[in-house]
Design a protein around this ligand. Structure first.
Ligand code: BTN
Length: 252
């Protein structure tokens, strides 16, 4: 681990707001030429929290809403970056809640006992001056009434899944710290993520039903490739998917 780089990231500014539309949006709009990598925004409440696939992210008080800006030296393997964030957040939750085992559902939903306690949204641009914003949302003590029902992996709060809920600020500190550690490891050796994610994933080697915009397929999940695509073995061949939804998970 490069201690100098880690220290640079840790000492970048961290803005904490009471209420904000979206912590990701805040960092996407900041002048990144004036702002170092590692700059962080967190909030007690988001009024327009964003989730994956243009969904809203329910963001009342009691949740963790954290975003971190990363400036990339290279865009090679950038598709693996969201998995870096999922692994970092999973590690941070386990650090703060030692009784928890966090698994990941492709691409990087954070699950405990098959219930979704959090998610990751990576946004940004990879043209000139590539920069990505890693957004982490975790339901810690939040009131989840009013959020849409999910057919599988229902939403849950961390405090209902572990003996003692962590302090949100402490969890935010560890999410940020683990993000930096994983980011530096990824910069040095991008493909380390593949094996680690495959190990943490709840669907690895299981029979899954997967829906894309074109079709629905059933087959065995074999992890991800170096582009972050989900690998599924069907009876005839192996296919790789960049987007889609898991509809069902079956046996090994
Ligand atoms: C998902 O759909 O599972 C991803 C949810 C990501 C939510 C987080 S909360 C902090 C950051 N700001 C946002 O607007 N979204 C992300």
């Amino acid at each position: 681990m490069n201690d100098l780089k880690l220290n640079e990231l840790i000492t970048a500014p961290w803005y904490h707001m009471d209420e904000i539309p979206s912590t990701n949006q805040y960092l996407l709009e900041i002048d990144s030429s004036q702002t170092p990598s590692g700059t962080t925004c967190s909030a007690n409440i988001q009024t327009h929290g964003n989730g994956r696939n243009d969904r809203k992210w329910h963001s009342p008080v009691g949740g963790l809403y954290l975003s971190v800006l990363f400036k990339l030296c290279t865009t090679e393997y950038w598709n693996l970056f969201p998995f870096v964030c999922g692994l970092a957040a999973a590690d941070a939750i386990e650090h703060c809640c030692p009784a928890a085992h966090v698994s990941l559902k492709w691409p990087n939903d954070l699950l405990i006992d098959k219930q979704k306690v959090g998610g990751i949204l990576v946004q940004g641009s990879i043209g000139t001056n590539p920069r990505l914003v890693a957004g982490i949302g975790i339901n810690v003590n939040s009131d989840l009434s009013g959020i849409p029902e999910r057919p599988i992996f229902p939403a849950a709060t961390l405090n209902s899944m572990v003996p003692q809920a962590p302090e949100i600020q402490n969890l935010a500190y560890w999410c940020r710290y683990r993000l930096f550690e994983y980011f530096l490891k990824w910069e040095a050796q991008p493909t380390f993520v593949i094996a680690q994610w495959t190990k943490r994933s709840i669907i690895t080697n299981r029979r899954i039903t997967f829906q894309t915009s074109q079709s629905t397929i059933t087959g065995y999940c074999r992890g991800i490739d170096s582009d972050g695509r989900l690998l599924i073995d069907t009876e005839r061949s192996q296919s790789a998917f960049i987007s889609g939804d898991i509809l069902a998970i079956g046996e090994r």
